[in-house]
Design a protein around this ligand. Structure first.
Ligand code: GLN
Length: 551
């Protein structure tokens, strides 16, 4: 293929309408046409990465294979494109400025004035080019966070303009806009989209394609209106109505010919799109069998269900992938663990679930409640899956209640615990004393060796796996023997044998009790669900079948 192509995806009218899913879906379509596609996310905030942000504020922190802490949209790209992306594919204003300032301090600008324009957009473009080259991408998608018209993202739009000015045939701009239907009028209004298109013109860019997000598909009249007022061909106005599953979005776009339109805009020969595997997956996701009840127990719940789903998006998607693979549907409830601290009687409610999952977390709030929930799941044979903190707290629970280690705890909660079964490894101590938190965790992919004959080995069907991490604390090596004696099996370990990566109970004792120090949710893909999630849902399905047996 001749020159590399670039598609900028920008947002009009308002944020939160699914630009990440839109970018991912465009990527999926182009990949299904046989193009090599990569995707970049630009976030306009000053934070250098997403590592220090609270999940209730920003949503999930998605960890890349190379350990970079990024925005949840990177997870969408990886899932939809079925690929792994490197850190160069993620940038924030902070990251870009940090690099320009580092170079200036290093005299790399040869005494020249360093200016916001063009030096900041030039660094943005340098990063885009590095990402494109690294992936050898035919087409590079660049999602610009935020909405057109915000001061924050102007330098990124300027980068798009500069690239388009240099390579007019190789750059496309897709604007995702919102078309409201105000209740009192009951009619679809295109004016906000028209204003957004003009604001985009104001920074020197013209949309080539407009994706019109609305509750329902656009009619011909509305498409015509947007076309005329936004200076675009009517067939390049694409309907993006609400759908029940995000995985339907690529199929919807293709109905309006998205792939071929983008080929036309970029001067590429049209090619057939093969979305057959994706279609099968979507069909499966709609069928489903019986409905399993899964309890997700944790904190970060104060902002209501809406934000919650964002805080744990990869966990949620992994559960869905595994449910489709097991031909079941899921009803997921988010349960605030603090409730069990105030009212232990509430723990009995967990008996009505087919599985309990404790996701990752930090800090002290609600931890005793989580430990109580773990104990309930263990004692009542409810399938249990603990991710990171969920694994550490399962080890604490076993230490306290089975290994006779009274007061056992993680030092994250109790620095003076008589039995610090979860502790900081020596090389982390120095960083923590300096309170240098940004990037002090064990981050990114590490190998893990599995023990044959365990639930983990049976699920993965492999001896060595690679999984992504994001944590400061580890199972304390001094307590491993005592915890093992109480019946817990460490079925996954670091190749050195020092770090415990998976803890489980034998099948003879519990149908499914597994905790992972790593975050398996970062590697589950729609077409390739994660083996441990599949095994957990299978156990939940068996739990349901068991509870239906009348004796
Ligand atoms: N707070 C724990 C740690 O830092 C677990 C982190 C997590 O669940 N991601 O080790």
């Amino acid at each position: 293929m001749a020159s590399p192509k670039y598609i900028f995806v920008v947002g009009g009218v308002m944020s939160g309408i699914g630009k990440g899913v839109a970018t991912s879906s465009i990527g999926r379509i182009l990949k299904s046409k046989g193009f090599n596609v990569t995707a970049i996310k630009i976030d306009p905030y000053i934070n250098v990465d997403a590592g220090t942000m609270n999940p209730t504020e920003h949503g999930e922190v998605f960890v890349l294979e190379d350990g970079y802490e990024t925005d949840q949209d990177m997870g969408n790209y990886e899932r939809f494109l079925d690929t792994t992306l490197p850190s160069i594919n993620y940038m924030t204003t902070g990251r870009v400025y940090q690099e320009v300032i580092r170079r200036e301090r290093n005299l790399e600008y040869g005494g020249k004035n360093v200016e916001v324009v063009p030096d900041i957009p030039l660094e943005v473009l340098r990063r885009i080019s590095e990402a494109q080259k690294g992936a050898n991408a035919d087409i590079t998608l660049i999602e610009v966070g935020g909405t057109i018209g915000e001061y924050q993202n102007i330098i990124f739009l300027e980068a798009a303009r500069m690239l388009k000015q240099k390579y007019p045939r190789d750059v496309a701009v897709v604007m995702l806009s919102y078309v409201p239907i105000p209740g009192n009028i009951g009619e679809m209004k295109t004016k906000p989209t028209q204003y957004a298109a003009r604001s985009l013109n104001g920074v020197g860019l013209q949309a080539d394609v407009i994706l019109a997000r609305a509750t329902v598909p656009l009619d011909a009249k509305r498409k015509e209106k947007i076309a005329i007022f936004c200076n675009i061909l009517p067939e390049r106005v694409i309907s993006a109505p609400d759908v029940s599953s995000i995985y339907e979005v690529p199929l919807n776009y293709e109905k309006d010919g998205m792939g071929d339109i983008l080929c036309d805009v970029l001067g590429l020969d049209r090619r057939p799109t093969d979305l057959s595997q994706w279609e099968q997956f979507v069909a499966k996701s709609k069928n489903g069998g019986e409905t399993l009840r899964i309890a997700v127990v944790g904190k970060y719940f104060e902002s209501g269900e809406f934000v919650l789903a964002d805080s744990y998006i990869s966990v949620l998607e992994s559960l869905k992938h595994a449910a489709y693979a097991n031909d079941v549907k899921l009803q997921i409830s988010y349960l605030d663990s603090e409730v069990y601290e105030k009212d232990p009687g509430k723990l009995d409610d967990l008996g009505s679930y087919n599985g309990v999952l404790v996701p990752g977390g930090f800090g002290t709030r609600g931890v005793e409640g989580i430990i109580a929930a773990v104990q309930y799941a263990r004692e009542h044979q409810v399938p249990y899956f603990g991710l990171c903190y969920g694994m550490q707290l399962a080890v604490v629970e076993t230490a306290r209640h089975k290994a006779g280690l009274d007061g056992a705890n993680t030092v994250e909660i109790d620095k003076a615990a008589p039995h610090p079964v979860i502790d900081v490894m020596p090389d982390q101590v120095e960083k923590l004393t300096k309170a240098d938190y940004g990037g002090t965790m064990r981050l990114g992919s590490y190998d893990c060796v599995l023990t044959p004959g365990t639930i983990a080995h049976d699920a993965y069907k492999k001896d060595t796996i690679t999984e992504r991490h994001r944590h400061r604390y580890e199972v304390n090596p001094e307590y491993i023997e005592r915890i093992k004696k109480s019946g817990m099996v460490f079925s996954g370990k670091s190749p050195s044998g020092i770090l415990m990566e998976i803890a489980e109970l034998p099948k003879s004792e519990h149908p499914f009790f597994v905790g992972t120090q790593f975050h398996p949710e970062f590697q589950s893909r729609p077409l390739n669900p994660h083996p441990l999630f599949v095994a957990f849902i299978k156990a939940a399905k068996e739990h349901m079948a068991g509870s239906l047996v009348v004796v």
